[in-house]
Unconditional design. Structure first.
Length: 160
């Protein structure tokens, strides 16, 4: 599998490349430091899967995902982020991404995630997608409670 990596931090790019070096069926064919460079490489190189950072200068990983999917609709894109999956995974999948992964879990799961998305599957850690959500009709209320007036101001949940 030929892999294109885009992340604005050289240490992260190097680390990802090192993790994948031990995988006999994986080869990093290109590295980009921003979204513009990644799109340029995607057009020039022959690749099977792209791994993009969610937050990059210029084009973010999410913006870049849309552009790559327009030009290369059959190729999977895996998004890496420092943010937990609960915050952004659904947005990435709705935008056409094949998977979303927190950078902290990349060490143990990256190769398996790549194999899954190249095989046509979707990848998000199962535990993260089953995170509790507010019931329908509930919302955050920023009105202070009697206790928060005396101590710190924390949001409370209310129905309405």
């Amino acid at each position: 599998m030929k892999i294109l990596i885009a992340d604005d931090h050289p240490v992260v790019r190097h680390g990802l490349k090192q993790m994948l070096t031990g995988e006999p069926d994986m080869l990093v064919v290109g590295e980009a430091k921003n979204g513009n460079e990644a799109l340029e490489l995607a057009r020039k190189l022959d690749w099977d899967v792209a791994i993009l950072d969610y937050s990059m200068p210029g084009r973010s990983g999410l913006q870049l995902l849309g552009e790559i999917k327009r030009e290369f609709p059959q190729r999977p894109v895996l998004i890496l982020s420092m943010h937990p999956e609960e915050l952004h995974a659904r947005r990435v999948l709705k935008a056409g991404g094949a998977g979303y992964m927190n950078k902290e879990s990349a060490g143990e799961e990256l190769a398996a995630a790549i194999r899954k998305v190249v095989g046509g599957g979707k990848y998000v850690r199962a535990a993260s997608m089953s995170a509790p959500r507010w019931p329908r009709g509930w919302r955050w209320s920023w009105r202070p409670t009697p206790r928060s007036r005396r101590t710190r101001r924390f949001p409370t949940a209310s129905i309405g």
